[in-house]
Each structure stands twice: as C-alpha cells, then as structure tokens.
Design a protein. Sequence first.
Length: 128
Amino acid sequence: MRVTKGEEQNQESVSCGKEFQADTYKVRQGLEKYCSCACFGKAHDRHVETICYACGKEMTVRRNFINRKNPYCSIKCAGMGRRTRVKRSCLVCGKVFEVDACVVKIGRGLYCSHSCRGRTQRKSKKVA
C-alpha cells in the first residue's frame, strides 16, 4: 500500500503517552514520535536530580557527571568533601579536636588552640 503525504493517523507520544495526529508518511520514516516540542525536550533532557555529597543539598547535573567519583554542588563543597580529617587529642589540655591529615603528616596539629600551644612554649622558655 502506497502512502501519500498529507494522510494522518493517530500516534502515541513516546515520552508522555498522549495521542496526537501524525502524518502517516513521517511515521513510517520513523519521525513524528512526540506530540510537541516540550515532550521532545523532556525525552532528550540530559539532566538528573542528585544530592551533594558534602552538604546534602539537591542539585541538577548532567547524566554523564553522575558516574564521576564525587559530585558536589559547588567548589566549596568539593573542597570540603575531598578533605580528610583526623581526630587528635591536645598535648596540654587533652581536649579532642579535628585537624587535616596533611597537617598531621608534616608533624603539626598537636594542640587544640593557640593558647595551648603558647602554654607549652612558655614552659619550655622557663626551663631553658
């Protein structure tokens, strides 16, 4: 059966399922799959809702970024998420505090505050 241009048939939209009138010729060619431009846009949207690993805020990212190691909503959150923190206890007062692992690696991060560090330095000056 030969189909001429201009003949229409009922077609179901691939994205939303709504029925619409489509040109039979274009349907046979594999065109006319969507009822509107908005429906086409929704079907081809490459964005996905996800949650920031650092702050828990909802954000929209492209699908290809979802498979990356750690999606974050901002540069600030990315920095916070990549940090590794270590719990230490102060040598002077015994208070437990957190410090970056890189600081511990170079031999620092022994005191919880400047005042505790200052107390140690004053004691060492008196002894000398």
